[in-house]
Design a protein around this ligand. Structure first.
Ligand SMILES: Nc1ncnc2c1ncn2[C@@H]1O[C@H](COP(=O)(O)OP(=O)(O)OP(=O)(O)O)[C@@H](O)[C@H]1O
Ligand SMILES: [Mg+2]
Length: 550
């Protein structure tokens, strides 16, 4: 036994009982740079194969003890050596040995005496073939994608790589015993059947999120591409499989996070609205107080007037009775005249209708504030409805009157011809309030700085192309350049605690841009004022389905 350099990749094992032949073979092949293991028989060759896997076995057929065919069979049976090419060298001149050789799993059959050049060429080709096979096998087994070839006839795997076995938790032989229906969940059988039919038709398909059943019973989700191919003459559908279970979990988690975020956003919006409603409540109480006062004053006047009129009527009743009974009426007439002068009846008759009108006006004013407050505080649904933006503006201006009236004159320049737009009215009200309160603060700050009187806030509407535009212009401080790109960030504020928390514009941006596909921007000049512009797209009938606001 002689062991050559067994670290070399191209080591050839030569088994022959005749030393001379072994030497001849070595001498022929040595020039091609191979290394050699030599054995004087099949048994010795098997021992060598236990310690070193060569890239080729050249074996004589007729050897004492185990012959070359048996050696070949043993090499094929052992999974460690099954892939090693074997060439049998036979001294027989007929083809009898050839048949036996093929049956035993030999890759080549070389007749003695051999031609030197032919032997070199055959050995070289066998080694190249082996190398190429090894490379393909390595790629096949080590790709990150699972590969499975499925017989279209039997619906059983005929070829699987190590990756798909690892993915599903089966060994390769276990996989080979399964049918494709064992590998997918039951409810997926129809889809599996369709996949196989497509394979039969020779179609290439890309499939996403396909469930596989692992040996453990857990599900594995994969993306796969399938295409038809024949493997060892068996028509197969071959699938390249990528595990996307992790991605799916991440997508699910992302979806959960998104929903949580949406929920938190809704909560924040609601909290800010409730805070605004609370803040507005004291202003509204004030707003209601004034008309309540003059409704009271006028009603009291009418009550006093009624009592004066009753006293005059009393005298007239007595005069009427005297006239009916034919008595002297002189004194009674004088009393009537006096009572009328005392009650100032002329004035009363003139003022009562005015007082009644004023009381009714006061009541109407209170009713409209209450109505506006009710509309403003209405939680609103989550579906968009067609709404009249002018009306929303009027409502918000009414409920926020106490916030702006000391700082600014409010001017409404509303275009009555603008179309209704699909929106969430409650949320648009909130945005309008945030912008009006900001404008009022800016105007008030500016007049404090300049030491002059009230400023102005102008709210206007118009249609611009396929959007309705709302402009809220103030004559306030303007926004300094260095904070212009920060004002819409959540919690950015320049106001002292209690006056602002920096959420107003962030909420406005989220409502207008994210929820309504609109735009929100501002034009500003320091010391002159700021105009915030909201643009909301007008609904195209065919693209958005909206309810009509009741
Ligand atoms: N019309 C305006 N004129 C001048 N500065 C403005 C105007 N609107 C907003 N700003 C500036 O942008 C900042 C952020 O406004 P935002 O409405 O988001 O928060 P806030 O008004 O400070 O607090 P909150 O609205 O939560 O009560 C304000 O603090 C202010 O400095
Ligand atoms: Mg604000």
């Amino acid at each position: 036994m002689r062991i050559g350099d067994n670290h070399h990749r191209h080591t050839i094992l030569i088994a022959d009982d005749e030393e001379e032949i072994r030497n001849i073979i070595v001498s022929i092949l040595k020039q091609d740079g191979y290394h050699f293991l030599t054995a004087a028989g099949a048994e010795e060759a098997l021992l060598l194969l236990d310690i070193h896997i060569p890239c080729l076995v050249l074996t004589d057929v007729a050897m004492p003890g185990m012959n070359g065919f048996e050696l070949c069979r043993r090499i094929r049976e052992n999974h460690k050596t099954a892939h090693v090419p074997v060439a049998v060298i036979s001294g027989k001149t007929d083809d009898e040995d050839y048949e036996v050789g093929v049956h035993a799993g030999a890759d080549d059959y070389i007749k003695k005496p051999f031609d030197r050049a032919e032997l070199r060429l055959r050995v070289r080709n066998l080694i190249l073939l082996h190398e190429s096979h090894r490379r393909h096998q390595m790629l096949f087994d080590n790709t990150s994608q699972g590969i499975i070839a499925l017989s279209i006839e039997t619906r059983k795997p005929v070829m699987v790589n190590k990756t798909i076995c690892r993915m599903l938790g089966y060994s390769a032989p276990e996989m080979m015993d399964l049918s494709i229906f064992d590998l997918h969940p039951k409810e997926f059988a129809d889809e599996t059947e369709r996949g196989i039919s497509a394979g039969r038709l020779g179609e290439t398909r890309l499939l996403s999120n396909i469930p596989f059943k692992k040996k453990s019973g857990d599900l594995l989700y994969v993306d796969m591409s399938t295409f038809p191919m024949s493997v060892d003459d068996i028509v197969c559908a071959v699938a390249f499989v990528t595990d996307v279970t992790e991605r799916r979990h991440m997508e699910e988690e992302l979806e959960d996070d998104k929903q949580r975020l949406q929920w938190m956003e809704a909560e924040l919006l609601h909290a800010q609205k409730m805070e605004a409603v609370g803040r507005l409540a004291s202003g509204i109480a004030h707003e209601i107080n004034t008309p309540t006062q003059f409704v009271g004053d006028n009603t009291r006047f009418m009550k006093d007037a009624f009592s004066d009129i009753s006293s005059v009527l009393n005298h007239y009743e007595k005069l009427l009775k005297a006239v009916q009974q034919g008595r002297d009426t002189g004194e009674l007439t004088a009393l009537c005249e006096k009572a009328m002068v005392d009650a100032d009846i002329e004035y009363i008759m003139e003022e009562i209708p005015k007082a009644a009108d004023q009381a009714l006006e006061g009541v109407e004013r209170i009713a409209s504030i209450v109505r506006a407050m009710k509309e403003f505080a209405h939680p609103g649904g989550s579906e968009k409805v067609y709404a009249d933006l002018n009306k929303l503006i009027e409502t918000t201006v009414t409920v926020s009157r106490n916030e702006w009236k000391y700082a600014a004159e409010m001017k409404l320049d509303l275009d009555v011809s603008i179309p209704q737009v699909p929106c969430l009215p409650g949320e648009i009200n909130q945005v309008l309030l945030n912008l009006i309160v900001n404008a009022a603060h800016a105007v008030s700050d500016a007049s404090t700085k300049r030491g002059d009187g009230k400023g102005a806030i102008t709210v206007s509407t118009s249609q611009v192309d396929s959007a309705v535009e709302i402009r809220i212009a103030d004559t306030g401080t303007g926004i300094p350049e260095e904070i212009r790109d920060k004002v819409m960030e959540p919690f950015f504020t320049t106001k002292e605690v209690g006056r602002g928390t920096g959420q107003g514009l962030a909420i406005a941006h989220s409502v207008i841009v994210d929820k309504h596909d609109g735009s929100l921007f501002f034009e500003t000049e320091l010391g002159k004022g700021t105009t915030f512009v909201i643009q909301l797209p007008v609904c195209r009938e065919e693209s958005i389905q909206c309810e009509v606001m009741p």
